[in-house]
Design a protein around this ligand. Structure first.
Ligand SMILES: Cc1ncc(COP(=O)(O)O)c(C=O)c1O
Length: 450
């Protein structure tokens, strides 16, 4: 299996979707496939229930958000006159305790602009986590577009980087004839790839002190800073007190459809505004998007605590299922990462999963043939897993899922599972998800050690 298998277009009768959009990524022995390699489109009509746990980015705008968008007061934001954008930016600056804010189309652009403002001389170096979003998932934009050199420091399981390792990574200015020049440290809070762990205020302060001591700037990728703030019980402004800039995503835990706001000093934002235009991120009547974000703030910040509780509930349930292992205590916010336990007997697990999936598929109303195809495709995927065993490759096996859980689909790709809670996942969705997992793993036997 070397290419994406799509279940699309198998059924083209008028009452079934032409493009079911489910894609199974190949499971290559010994390889981990990035969860970003492909997201399946969600089939809209074939399922009776859809629990979409891929990410908190998948939320749909609520009625109130849509109404706000329709009625938004707007003007040309590139000229700086859009009242809704100004309101959102002012609000965000206030909440984060910074002088000014700027709406940008995405978290990626927010981080890129921030890094580029702080590292405005080519050959600057930024210290950042080896598991950080900026380093892994942003196309290396800081290098390719900004000429900024990344110096990674290992992220610990809790998302921190050891302070002494950060300090050791700072270049000695006396070596500037050969070294790049360190200008910036980046933190991420919460740290997505470490399971949404939060960086404490004490830790952030220490990094802030270190940055000041060495004349460096501190940027925080605060895509989920509100999740961190709620989980830690610390106001966002306190959490980012020492940061020279913060990029806050509106379309993650907050649940707005589009955008991020970067905050910092007035002079930082003035430079950021120019860069935003350079990058094509200046948008005219952008108040339409900002109006939805303002509603999202009102509606959803207060729900984050509940999202975290549901994540914990899910984690506790998953941890009780044979074959799944996770550190429940590490679930601090809305992200739950779990692993299929080590050294699986692939054959047993694959048949158990297949059986469980088949049961789930059967429950979907109609579309039985299609479901059968889905099972067969999954079976093919599991075959690769079996091949590992026949090759005597008793490696650690993980199952990774984009986990669009529904009554008819479970989407497995590689070998670890990440689920993300958000305001459109209910407590009963969590129970349903657990029941799907239980069913899928029902055949896992005690004596396999999993
Ligand atoms: C921690 C973190 N930072 C930045 C981003 C980038 O945001 P966007 O997808 O809006 O570019 C993401 C996206 O998921 C993220 O998780």
């Amino acid at each position: 299996m070397s290419s994406v298998i799509s279940f699309a277009s198998r059924q083209q009768s008028s009452d079934t979707p032409r493009n079911l959009g489910l894609a199974v990524l190949p499971i290559k022995p010994g390889s981990m496939i990035s969860r970003w390699a492909s997201y399946p489109a969600i089939p809209s009509r074939m399922v009776t229930k859809m629990v979409d746990l891929r990410s908190d980015t998948v939320t749909k705008p609520t009625e109130a958000m849509r109404a706000a968008m329709a009625n938004a007061e707007v003007d040309d934001d590139v000229l700086g006159y859009d009242p809704s954008a100004l309101r959102l930016e002012t609000e965000m600056a206030k909440i984060t305790g910074k002088e000014a804010g700027l709406f940008v189309p995405s978290g990626t652009m927010g981080n890129l602009i921030s890094v580029l403002v702080h590292c405005n001389i080519r050959g600057s170096e930024v210290i950042l986590g080896n598991n950080s979003h900026i380093h892994i998932y942003e196309n290396g934009g800081i290098s390719t577009i900004g000429g900024v050199h990344p110096r990674t420091v290992k992220n610990n399981e809790d998302g921190t980087m050891d302070i002494d390792l950060i300090e050791a990574a700072i270049r000695d200015p006396r070596g500037e004839i050969v070294y790049p020049t360190t200008r910036l440290i980046c933190l991420e809070n919460s740290q997505a790839n470490c399971g949404g762990r939060c960086l404490s205020v004490e830790y952030t302060d220490k990094v802030g002190e270190l940055a000041k001591k060495h004349g460096l700037k501190l940027h925080i990728d605060g895509a989920r800073i509100f999740n961190a703030s709620v989980a830690l019980g610390v106001p966002v402004s306190r959490l980012v007190q020492d940061a020279d800039s913060v990029s806050v995503c509106l379309s993650k835990g907050i649940g707005a459809p589009v955008g991020s706001v970067i905050v910092g000093s007035k002079s930082f934002i003035a430079k950021a505004r120019i860069l935003r235009k350079t990058l094509g991120g200046g948008m005219r009547q952008v108040g339409i998007l900002c109006a939805a974000a303002l509603v999202a703030f009102q509606e959803n910040v207060s729900k984050l605590e509940d999202d975290h509780k549901k994540a914990k509930m899910l984690a506790e349930g998953l941890n009780q299922i044979k074959g799944l292992r996770l550190n429940v205590a590490a679930v601090e916010t809305n992200i739950v990462s779990t692993l299929i336990a080590k050294v699986l007997k692939c054959e047993k697990v694959s048949s158990a999963l297949q059986l469980g999936l088949e049961n789930i598929f059967r429950r979907s109303r109609g579309h039985k043939n299609h479901s059968r195809n889905a099972v067969q495709e999954l079976g093919t995927a599991w075959y690769t897993c079996n091949a590992r065993e026949s090759n005597q490759v008793h490696e650690d096996v993980y199952i990774h899922s984009h986990l669009i859980l529904s009554s008819s689909l479970i989407f497995f790709t590689t070998f670890s599972i990440r689920v993300v809670l958000h305001h459109q996942i209910s407590a009963s969705d969590v129970q349903y998800t657990l029941s799907c997992f239980k069913q899928a793993l029902a055949g896992v036997r005690e004596d396999t050690g999993i």
